[in-house]
Ligand binder design. Structure first.
Ligand SMILES: *Cc1c(COP(=O)(O)O)cnc(C)c1O
Length: 365
């Protein structure tokens, strides 16, 4: 059997005719930027997140960048980010001119270890980026408490956690503002790049809407040195169709994850841990093993697709050589990057495919 790491086929087959009809509708309207579809998607996605405002934008990286710009964070400021995340989290900070300050993860959840945050706070610290990695919400109550004590903003990087819950509350409404990515492979994905900011802060929402549209609040009237990062009508139209199905698609990921958690019993494999406060939506199912390279070869030979999220921690990336870090500065992030491996996880995986992955893993010696 061959089980690909990811397949969009079952998801996209189900909605194909709806998508094609929608394409024709938008095409015939001849209105492609900032129209009704974007407006409706923004309302629907804000409601989905139990939040007041949503501003569509070009991608997830821009969403995070726009939030930082909205809070006037820039040169001379510091923003706390987890040492274990996708590089976009840190790049958003760098683009503003501020400095990303890394904090190690908790090895159980792979999310930021909130016990270590206070140690790195300085008088330059302006915000904490709470990444809900792999679909599991970060320990947000602790993070919000720390932020309140030091007067910092809490920005959720929700790029991997559409619909996840923290103590019953939706990601996107847990901090001051949240950035979402609709990259095709995310739990809610467009048919191309797209993203959104979600917040309950009206002032921030208005400002971000302007910054994302050339800094313009009225046509040809520019109040900020803004950028161009807007959600396309066509992508918003597609996203509206997908959003209606997101609950079902997330539940299917949970079904697969439960089977993996129950079925995988190879002692050489460490399974993911979900904190008691979290409902995880399993953007990725990430296991750990010390013999990772052998395991990858074995899975390749047996037809099980895998990917490593992420093989090089940010402080070891050439792009961040300027920060002057060296190996062993963030041992937890390094250990995770040496040991992690993501298993197939996509809507519509058949029971026998899930079972094949489990059996294959259990038979590894
Ligand atoms: C995907 C992702 C982003 C960036 O989203 P894009 O839409 O690709 O720009 C940011 N943070 C995390 C954690 C991500 O997984």
């Amino acid at each position: 059997m061959n089980v690909p790491f990811v397949s969009f086929e079952p998801m996209h087959k189900e909605i194909e005719s709806e998508i094609v009809d929608k394409f024709k509708e938008v095409y015939n309207k001849n209105w492609f930027i900032q129209g009704d579809e974007v407006k409706k998607f923004e309302e629907e996605f804000a409601a989905f997140c139990d939040a007041k405002y949503c501003i569509g934008c070009g991608n997830g990286l821009d969403a995070l960048y726009l939030i930082l710009r909205g809070y006037d964070i820039g040169v001379g400021d510091e923003v706390i980010v987890p040492s274990n995340t996708y590089i976009a989290t840190a790049l958003a900070v760098s683009y503003t001119g501020a400095k990303p300050v890394f904090v190690e993860p908790d090895l159980n959840t792979c999310n930021i270890n909130s016990d270590l945050i206070e140690k790195v706070i300085t008088d330059k610290t302006k915000a904490i980026m709470a990444v809900h990695l792999y679909g599991q919400p970060a320990d947000i109550d602790r993070i919000n408490d720390i932020a309140q004590k030091y007067n910092l903003k809490v920005i959720e990087d929700s790029a991997q956690a559409h619909g996840a819950l923290y103590k019953g509350r939706k990601t996107g409404s847990l901090g001051d503002a949240a950035g979402f990515s609709f990259y095709p492979g995310k739990n809610l994905g467009a048919l191309g790049d797209a993203g959104a900011v979600v917040t309950n802060d009206k002032e921030l929402a208005d400002k971000i809407r302007a910054i994302a549209n050339y800094g313009s609040d009225k046509k040809y009237h520019h109040i900020y040195k803004g950028t161009n990062s807007r959600l396309d009508e066509i992508q918003a139209a597609f996203l509206r169709i997908k959003l209606k199905n997101l609950g079902k698609w997330n539940e299917d990921r949970i079904r697969i994850a439960q089977k993996y958690l129950e079925g995988i019993n190879n002692p050489k494999i460490i399974k993911p841990n979900i904190a008691g406060y979290a409902k995880c939506v399993w953007h990725l199912f990430v296991i750990r093993t010390e013999k990772r390279d052998d395991f990858v070869r074995y899975l390749n030979d047996t037809g099980v697709g895998t990917t490593i999220h992420y093989p090089i921690p940010m402080h070891m990336q050439d792009a961040y050589a300027d920060l002057g870090y060296k190996k062993e500065d963030f041992p937890m992030a390094e250990q995770i990057s040496d040991e992690v491996l993501s298993l197939p996880m996509w809507y519509g995986m058949k029971d026998e495919e899930v079972q094949y992955v489990i059996n294959t893993i259990n038979n590894w010696e």
